[in-house]
Design a protein around this ligand. Structure first.
Ligand code: FMN
Length: 147
């Protein structure tokens, strides 16, 4: 059975959604690994428990993660405690020139006890070709981490 990388994101104007799709295409390029792409509002604790790795994406809103990502973390923290330790994890953030939201994401991923296998990918605005390549690499790295 294929391994899965869960890609959870929020996006209001499309930049982070495009980034999530680029991560997913990287995951898909690795044999025997499939992406499961979900908006944060549609993802739950079961998604987090059953995936083999997780990639979390947010826009930078007021130097913090989007409220929907925070809501996802708030809903899934207690139900997954002790069941997601050391799960391979990646983070991507789109921003308008700041990007400080990465700090809040990294801190929460520590609380969940995920294992960060790649550095956070920061993207200004809509991903261009260079950013898309970085995001695909993020997906490839996570996919390889579960094989
Ligand atoms: C309410 C709001 C607050 C924002 N605050 C910041 C910020 O503090 N720092 C920053 O770099 N960009 C900020 N931005 C810009 C967004 O992070 C950026 O446009 C992002 O790529 C939007 O992602 P999306 O298209 O997936 O919604 C803000 C945008 C909005 C709508």
């Amino acid at each position: 059975m294929s391994k899965t990388v869960l890609v959870v994101y929020h996006s209001q104007s499309g930049n982070t959604e495009a980034a999530a799709q680029a991560v997913a295409s990287g995951v898909r390029s690795v044999e025997d690994v499939e992406p499961v792409v979900k908006r944060a509002c549609d993802a739950d604790a079961d998604d987090l428990r059953t995936c083999d790795a997780v990639c979390l994406g947010t826009p930078d809103y007021f130097s913090y993660m989007a409220g929907m990502l925070k809501d996802f973390f708030d809903r899934t923290f207690y139900p997954t405690q002790g069941q997601v330790d050391d799960k391979p994890c990646g983070i991507f953030v789109t921003h308008g020139g700041g990007g400080k939201a990465s700090e809040s994401m990294e801190k929460i991923c520590q609380s969940f006890r995920f294992k960060r296998v790649v550095p956070t990918v920061l993207v200004q605005g809509k991903p261009d070709a260079r950013a898309e390549a970085q995001l695909r690499e993020l997906g490839v790295a996570l996919a390889k981490a579960v094989l």
